[in-house]
Design a protein around this ligand. Sequence first.
Ligand SMILES: [Zn+2]
Length: 419
Amino acid sequence: MGNAAKATRQNRTLTVDFHDETTYFALLDNTKAFVEFVLAFILSIGFQLNHKSTCHGGSSLTRHSHYVRIRLGGLTIWRIQCTRCKAVFTVLPHFVLRYRQMRPEVARDALLATHGGLSLEWCATICHISPMALYRVICAFGHHSLVWVLTRCGLRLPAYILADEKHSRCLTTKVYLPTLVSGRVLWHLGYSDSKNAAAFTQSYGVFQQTALEQEPSYRVKGALTDGFDSTVSSLRTLFPGARLGFCLRHALNKLPSKLVGVSASVRQGLRAKFHALLHRCRQRTSLRVVAMGQCLRHLANRIDTTVGEAHGERVRHWFEDKKAGWYAVLADPQMPAMSTVLDQAHNAIDRKLFAMKGFHHPGGSQAAFLTGLAHLYNLIPYQRRALHAGKCGVAVEGGRLPTADWMLNLQILTSGGFR
Ligand SMILES: [Zn+2]
């Protein structure tokens, strides 16, 4: 349980869009044209080949060998080789999924239905495949790290992150999904059967390690959480220099629970006061932290006088406990203040977790499956607001996508031969 996504073998697969199958078959007999087509495609998507580390790259490629995929009706697959470093790349035409018999257009519909919240069983039924085959396709994409795929789209590693854990179940056991979000993009969706700091450190550490492999100088400047101890201490361990803030909306929603026994209308009134206070402090351009300290004292005094000193004292203790996290939010204008986008990501994933209940078992490939779902979340276009209609999360965050087709993007971005 809690098995990490398996490390991907150094695969140098290139998914290449040949537009239609007849083009591919026509090029099979023409070495020069084949290599030229592949090079032109790589140029068009703006990627580079993943040569061996000793090689400066370049595009002196030659056809190397071919093999026949029996399961795909005897399809010929070519390999090409760099003439300098001898790295060998497998050219996979767009109408084939790596190691899968399932056609991409079938996978496209099934994945879209999965992303839409339909159960694996129903997705499989409408696409005439087995639920297990669909589960395996999602896992196959999930073996590729989110960090790799997102940085290939030109997204910078996030300087500010939102972190929280989704609670879920594996059969009857409680499990936790440590999640990192920046804007509309999921950077990490882990899996843990424990909610202690060590378990979260391990999960968030997977993100950190991959990020550092991409960019050794990577530093997180700020992280926002809801203030849960294990989350906070795992982030403090992993990102010692980062500002750790607490979500202001969580704070707002928590206040009424500190006023037990007080009438609902009075609690709502005080919550509204707290809301106005946080808003005013965020509006300020200077001395935000000082202003907030003053406002919190005033609010606690007001609670003393309106509902009694016992309540005032309780709220004051709570302020004392949390204010460092709120100050951290106010101290840096770039810090996210609320975890709304993370909650939205969790809600989207929740439907899929519910829909795949039958697939939860302790020996499952949870890490790969969840990462696969996260890829879908990042790459499938969604149309909620006119502003972002037709864009996927990656595009909304300013990433560049190789093509206008999300399924083809998923195939290309999880090809190990591109850099
Ligand atoms: Zn090379």
